[in-house]
Write a protein that binds this ligand. Sequence first.
Ligand code: PHB
Length: 397
Amino acid sequence: MTLNRRNMLKAGAATGAAMMTGLPYRVAIGNTAKIKIGAMMSFTGTYAPLAEAGVNGLKLAIQMQGGRLGGREVEIVTLDDEAEPARAPANVMKLLKSDGVDVLFGPVHSGVALAMAKISRETNTPLIIPNAGVAALTGALCAPNIFRTSFTLWQPAFPMGRIAYDKGYRTAIGVSWKYGAGEESLAAFRESFEAAGGKVIKDILVPFPNVEFQANLAEIAALKPDAVFVFFAGGGAVKFVKDYAAAGLKTSIPLLGSGFLTEGTLDAQGADAEGILTTLHYADSLDTPANAAFREGYKASFGKEADIYGVQGYDAGLLLGEGLAAVKGDIGARDALYAAMGKAVIASPRGTMGFSPSHNPIQDIYLRQVRGGQNVVIGVAASALADPARGCRMPPA
Ligand code: PHB
């Protein structure tokens, strides 16, 4: 281990930053220590399967890069955020202060994400978001150190408005949970459906994570729209699809959704999901070598089929790997790390993927239909779709 002038200067700068933020002083001179990734995800509740799949994807990416990123060993520290925005600031600080993580990974839930982004921005901690899709993260809150390997909620929902209109639907009802993710999904569907000439006659928002839908389904039956567009995921998606069929609506009013509605849920939804059309930046059946290698590796390591949440965690591992390789494992070389991550082109299972200037994926959105218990691609709903990144003024690195 050599302590040259450059390392000493760097160590000095890190000590100063540590004193200012109150964070522990941790400098890996010679880059020999393990890189610690703090995975803050919703390991309990309706989003628990999403959290597990995301971390599995991250583990797989590390495993497929030989157990190291940029030559450094990696350790994952997990924290259950319980999809609880109010506890998010304390949870992030625990990872940074008590666990001394170098990188933040998470979360699933958009409400939790806002605090995570704010603190990572203030402390210049690299943050890779493997799911939460609220626009602000790569909009008003965008920052050189914040990257998202998932989507903005606008991306998968927007193309469905036009598709619904082209199928002849003229009126629709939106249904979701009342928080950022649900509201932004329904707004994106409305934007394109109404631009095409349709009318969303009502948005129904239920408190998160409520899954009592009977009154809402009765209202839909009474209003008789041409179609229903929803954002639900995890346990809530299973319940909504089953209740929709049980209420007799499946055969009378087509159910459409952002593809989360049928991700990781098909076994539990069974026949009630058959035929549902969704739009998403992934589908199981994508016939590419990258998807085949990913799905095979995921099944072999975790004994189950992969879904979009696994893909997004996997891509976070690939992105961090590219960044760390460019700086030869020196995670303190922040500017060079972020520059390399911003330029990265990832061989994602979803298709080759780069990043917009706001650090959100530019990606194809697929039209999928549930057929035989699988999400099958039946078309491309939008090619190389970039989020508009409204409000992003990227500060200099
Ligand atoms: C979100 O809160 O942004 C969110 C949660 C679950 C999903 C997608 C987005 O499947």
